[in-house]
Design a protein around this ligand. Sequence first.
Ligand code: XMP
Ligand code: MG
Length: 183
Amino acid sequence: MKAEDVQGDLTEVLFSKEEIEAKIAELAAAVDADYQGRDVLLVGVLKGAVMVMADLCRALQGQYPMDWMAVSSYGSGTKSSGVVRILKDLDTDLSGRDVLIVEDIIDSGLTLSWLRANLESRRAASVEVCALLRKPEAAKTSIDVKYVGWDIPNEFVVGYGLDYDEKYRNLDCIATLAPHVYA
Ligand code: XMP
Ligand code: MG
């Protein structure tokens, strides 16, 4: 789906399909350079990270096995509370593995800090994070995100895996959602 298909619902296209593709290639090159020759497990966080994972893993050189987790953050509405429930766990044993968490967006960072601690507690050799987007609140925290695509303003964004009420995930760009949609 393209921005034109849902034009009235969006206020601004932040990143086009082409810009996303270029950014993913940049992130993949950095990951390849850092991990060359190592056996790294990519851990995608469902569902938002599906597009990032699909494109990032194909832009990477060499073997990068992948696994998925689904988590839900307890809390009301659009704000995460940091209390996380695992809806789908990994199939892979992490002991001694290098792990790269692949995320769509980090907002408060609470979900990610929980996830990272959880994976570290499984005796992974290392746990790093690659997120396409990061909002200012998370940028201020001390969570160390090794690979970040873009820091974005504190607005609700959709597209490229990111949804509002399960809609707009299949939008090929990333855009800000018009307030009338969620009002
Ligand atoms: P925290 O606050 O724990 O939460 O970092 C991150 C998760 O919140 C969702 N999220 C968004 N989803 N547009 C979305 O479609 C947004 O602007 C947005 N901000 C946060 C997302 O699920 C992310 O993994
Ligand atoms: Mg997510």
